[in-house]
Ligand binder design. Structure first.
Ligand SMILES: [Ca+2]
Length: 585
């Protein structure tokens, strides 16, 4: 009798003795809750995403934020984005505050090796880049999206621009697989591998090929044959292209013999943009209805998570950090409020009916606003408010019983005023707390930390004048344009690391007949003038050295002003590069 008892005792200890798992976090970009086969979608084929759910657990009420960067901020910090200084997906507001601590930093302290492959979208300048926020290895892009998916543009490796070839979903997967192999074979460390696909975000580019029919075209042909609009067919094809790569990654873990030591999570970063089949959910990305915020969430850890299980408790992207820290035995930061709560026990048991008492959403591109586009849900009820112009208008609130009506079709706010008031109070209490002390302005651009040029991007500027305009065209391709008259101006806030002389290089296009104006560049009391030159056409951006300015250390305002107007549109300014000159003090 002693022996079985003894072994039972040992078996009971085993989970306690188990080493912290490797963690592979796979995130897609703009994939809807409904864009997988296992969600019931009869049109899309996602066998490997489905397999993660089938061999593990599916969380049916897992919430991201309505848009990209807020979710990523929440995943990285365990805190709602409004606490982190981040408030936008553009205009420099897509920068994670410097005092935030990321899950990668915390897991590194627990001996994890950390990698991020793909989209970051939490800051591009010195001090804000992934390798400076806890990632040992980063290959990917800083911004919300890129333009070229094959021979991808805007990619960087640990702070340095790089050239790559091949299709971007394969490239990021290869990088993740190589990171996993190297960590497994060359170190005795566990790893956190975050694979952040930029697909299926717009501009919905599939592979091209010099030879034969590329894989993306095959998938596109398949989906077009189902009589869906080309936009939807592209999105489905992009998702299946990601799915193929998830298949390669899962096979790689098996080949290395580390499947049972590795937790694999699949999720999206906000609601879906596809509209062809939505499984009865309402809304899309950027909204606060379920379709805007509910994300697929599948997790597999063979031998630990019971296969085929489902968790219906509402959980949030902010729960990932505390969950990972619990699994990694990494202490949580004790000097700040976390919003997330570990769901490690829900993962391990594959069961759970309650987790987060409330999940909150709000999204307004420019200024966080407690009366515009907000929602709060508990396990059963959800209250939504939209676009009140002046003061809160409770008669416009929408209340849904998510258990009876997950499609949010019947507004029952009138029948349940007590629930509506309770939820509104929970939301406003939360909003006041997470926004306390925040200013929501772009951080000043760090300049002069090393000798490399720093680009002052159009989207980080503020601009004034009757004609001047900003054109969003994919971050690195944005311009300040349409300006015409003397005094029209773009302004950047800088934080100069080291006083010195800085070369100023302008990147712009200017139609031949419109050249000849003068741009004045100034910082503090100095300025230099640049006579605008023609390019072949305004959409061709060339580099023009404009001279040098002395910049003092610390905060400085840098201005580009029309000093003499030309004969029409002044220029399309794509960026200004500042480069510290050698031996300058
Ligand atoms: Ca997104």
């Amino acid at each position: 009798m002693i022996r079985p008892l003894f072994f039972a005792f040992l078996a009971g200890l085993l989970p306690l003795l188990a080493a912290p798992p490797n963690i592979v976090l796979i995130m897609t970009d703009d994939q809807g809750y409904w864009d997988t086969g296992i969600s019931g979608n009869p049109h899309i084929s996602t066998p490997h995403m489905d397999r993660i759910a089938r061999e593990g657990v599916q969380f049916t009420r897992f919430y991201a934020a309505p848009v990209c960067a807020p979710t990523r901020a929440g995943v990285m910090t365990g805190r709602y984005y409004l606490r982190t200084g981040l408030y936008n997906t553009r205009f420099g507001g897509d920068t994670l505050g410097k005092n935030e601590i990321t899950v990668a930093q915390l897991l590194k302290r627990a001996n994890y090796r950390t990698g991020l492959f793909g989209k970051w979208h939490l800051g591009k300048y010195h001090g804000y880049q992934p390798q400076q926020r806890g990632f040992d290895e980063f290959l990917g892009h800083y911004h919300g999206h890129i333009e070229r998916y094959e021979f991808a543009d805007q990619l960087v490796h640990n702070g340095h621009p790089v050239k790559t070839r091949g299709y971007v979903s394969e490239l990021f997967t290869d990088a993740a697989m190589d990171f996993i192999s190297a960590t497994h074979k060359q170190t005795d460390q566990p790893f956190l591998c975050t694979l952040m696909f930029n697909a299926p975000h717009s501009p919905w580019v599939l592979d091209t090929s010099h030879y034969g029919q590329p894989e993306g075209d095959k998938l596109l042909t398949k989906y077009l044959a189902k009589n869906m609009p080309i936009r939807e067919a592209r999105i489905y094809a992009l998702i299946e292209r990601v799915d193929q790569n998830i298949g390669r990654l899962l096979a790689h873990l098996k080949t290395l013999g580390i499947e049972r030591d590795t937790l694999v999570i699949f999720m999206s970063d906000n609601g879906g943009v596809s509209k062809f089949w939505k499984g009865g959910l309402r809304g899309n990305k950027a909204g606060v209805h379920e379709g805007g915020v509910r994300s697929p969430f599948y997790a597999r850890w063979p031998g630990t998570i019971p296969a085929g299980s489902k968790v219906e408790a509402q959980t949030s992207h902010v729960d990932l950090l505390p969950t990972f820290c619990e699994l990694a035995e990494a202490p949580l930061p004790n000097d700040r409020q976390l919003d997330g709560k570990s769901f490690a026990s829900l993962l391990k048991t594959g069961r759970g009916k309650q987790h987060q008492p409330y999940v909150y959403h709000t999204w307004d591109r420019y200024t966080p606003n407690p009366d515009k586009r907000w929602s709060v849900s508990d396990q059963r009820w959800k209250l939504i408010g939209l676009f009140t112009k002046t003061k809160p208008d409770p008669t416009k609130w929408q209340l849904y019983d998510l258990q009876a009506d997950p499609g949010e079709t019947k507004n029952i706010a009138g029948q349940h005023p007590v629930e509506a008031r309770r939820l509104r109070k929970a939301f406003t209490d939360w909003f006041s707390e997470v926004t306390a002390g925040q200013t929501y302005r772009p951080v000043p651009i760090p300049v002069g930390h090393d000798m490399r040029p720093v680009e002052l991007q159009p989207s980080w500027a503020t601009w004034t004048g009757p004609h001047i305009n900003y054109t969003f065209d994919g971050y690195d391709w944005d311009t300040i344009d349409s300006w015409k008259t003397k005094g029209e101006q773009a302004v950047w806030q800088l934080e100069v690391a080291q006083a010195g002389r800085y070369a100023v290089t302008l990147h712009y296009g200017c139609a031949p007949l419109l050249a000849g104006g003068t741009l004045r560049l100034s910082a503090k009391s100095q300025s230099l003038d640049h006579k605008v030159r023609a390019t072949v056409t305004a959409e061709q951006f060339s580099q023009f050295p404009a001279g040098a300015l002395n910049l003092p250390a610390g905060k400085t305002t840098f201005k580009a002003t029309i000093h003499h107007a030309g004969s029409g549109e002044f220029m399309r300014l794509n960026g200004i590069h500042l480069q510290r000159l050698p031996n300058s003090r």
